[in-house]
Design a protein around this ligand. Structure first.
Ligand SMILES: NC(=O)c1ccc[n+]([C@@H]2O[C@H](COP(=O)([O-])OP(=O)(O)OC[C@H]3O[C@@H](n4cnc5c(N)ncnc54)[C@H](O)[C@@H]3O)[C@@H](O)[C@H]2O)c1
Length: 198
């Protein structure tokens, strides 16, 4: 396999840190640039010291540095930006990172906009029920108005289902993990983080 030098902006974030780990596992060199505005050092702490990994705490708005880093890499994954607050579809980060990493090996993907995600729609109510069930939680579901949840005047799409057709055709993309796996892994991660904090 060709070893590449990947540059990930926002690499200390949720998706970027998992992508960095995957690429290192595949034997690539990885440089992460992150200003830690929403990301956390803890996301990449376990990668520090691994051969080929470099972390730079700075902003992509530092043009000179960013340009230098782009010039030095073979592949750029630009993930430094804010995330939308309402999620209706859930995809496992491992499925997403696998597809993102593969995409740059497939020339027919170049220049294309490719949606990644999951087209298994779930309501927030069902998500809450499933989370309570799978974590054996004593929590109760409380329904509040849209305005109370998001503030007056906030508008968002009621449904958001990505078309995965292009991802399927170009990448053979098929999410392997479902909502139950996601809830299980998120709950496990939170329990581990809590155990470390105590
Ligand atoms: N997580 C999702 O469900 C989801 C869904 C759709 C799209 N996305 C997109 O994927 C990308 C990454 O999402 P994520 O969930 O990892 O978000 P995240 O907030 O965890 O990661 C974004 C990272 O970018 C960093 N960052 C922000 N501004 C920066 C700057 N000026 N310079 C350097 N670093 C900067 C943050 O510190 C953070 O580490 C975003 O573009 C997001 O819109 C995410």
């Amino acid at each position: 396999m060709i070893r590449t030098h990947s540059f990930i902006t926002g690499g200390a974030g949720f998706i970027g840190s998992h992508l960095a780990e995957l690429l290192l596992d595949q034997g690539h060199r990885v440089t992460v640039l992150d200003d830690l505005s929403t990301g956390r050092y803890a996301n990449v702490a376990q990668l520090e010291g691994r051969p080929g990994f470099t972390l730079i705490i700075d902003s992509v708005l530092n043009e000179r540095l960013t340009e230098e880093l782009i010039r030095d890499c073979d592949r750029l994954y630009h993930l430094a930006s804010a995330v939308g607050v309402k999620l209706i579809l859930f995809a496992h980060v491992a499925d997403i990172c696998g597809a993102i990493a593969r995409m740059l090996d497939i020339p027919s993907c170049f220049g294309q906009v490719v949606n990644l995600g999951n087209d298994e729609e779930v309501s927030i109510n069902r998500l809450a029920q499933l989370t309570i069930e799978l974590t054996h939680s004593q929590s109760e579901i409380c329904h509040i108005s849209y305005d109370e949840a998001y503030g007056p005047g906030f508008e968002d799409m009621q449904r958001r289902v990505p078309s995965l057709e292009r991802a399927r055709n170009l990448l053979g993309y098929q999410p392997k993990r479902g909502l139950r796996d996601i809830i299980h892994d998120v709950a496990g991660g939170l329990r581990r983080a809590e155990a470390v904090a105590v």
